[in-house]
Design a protein around this ligand. Structure first.
Ligand SMILES: Nc1nc2c(c(=O)[nH]1)N[C@H]1C(S)=C(S)[C@@H](COP(=O)(O)O)O[C@H]1N2
Ligand SMILES: [Mo]
Length: 155
């Protein structure tokens, strides 16, 4: 019998491994699959986190390029919408659209494809980076999906 697998505290699955593409789905006008070339074709931005400089595409710019769909895109809908970022191991993080929207939090969250000028390698081809967090727990390595969702209405 095999011993139980050691799991990272936050991991939800033992699957994983380097990602080479991710899907952008949900409440966007143009759902798409992004690989390194597709990310590099968008305007680049850099952020410094501790000793490292990440280069990639701002999460907001990526969503803007994909077009926020009716339901997520109007000013008041943005306030009730969020992105679920998932890694190849099932690690999940949410970012509220208002955190990154230029008119609201304007946070420079990045879908990074390079660190200090080099590819991420073990981090997959792309990693969500949340530079202004106090800890790196909302970084998502080996990104495989970004899903835009709208919180359900309650009354
Ligand atoms: N896909 C994935 N990303 C992840 C994690 C994980 O378990 N899976 N752990 C997070 C946590 S808790 C931390 S502290 C950082 C560690 O990043 P590092 O490997 O660059 O130090 O990755 C984050 N990103
Ligand atoms: Mo962590």
């Amino acid at each position: 019998m095999r011993p139980p697998a050691t799991q990272h505290l936050h991991a939800t699955s033992t699957r994983g491994g380097p990602s080479a593409q991710f899907r952008l789905v949900g409440a966007v006008a143009r759902p798409a699959t992004y690989d390194l070339a597709a990310l590099q074709a968008l305007p680049a931005a850099s952020v410094t986190v501790g000793e490292h400089t990440y280069t990639g595409v701002r999460l907001w710019d990526l969503l803007d390029a994909a077009g926020l769909a009716p339901g997520a895109g109007s000013r008041r809908e943005i306030l009730a919408s969020y992105v679920v970022a998932t890694g190849s191991d099932g690690y999940r993080v949410i970012v509220a659209l208002a955190e990154i929207a230029p008119d609201f939090g304007n946070q420079p969250d990045l879908v990074a494809y390079a660190i200090d000028g080099a590819p991420l390698t073990s981090g997959g081809f792309a990693r969500l980076v949340v530079p202004n967090d106090r800890k790196g727990g909302r970084h998502v390595s080996n990104l495989v999906s970004l899903e835009v969702l709208v919180a359900p209405a309650t009354r």
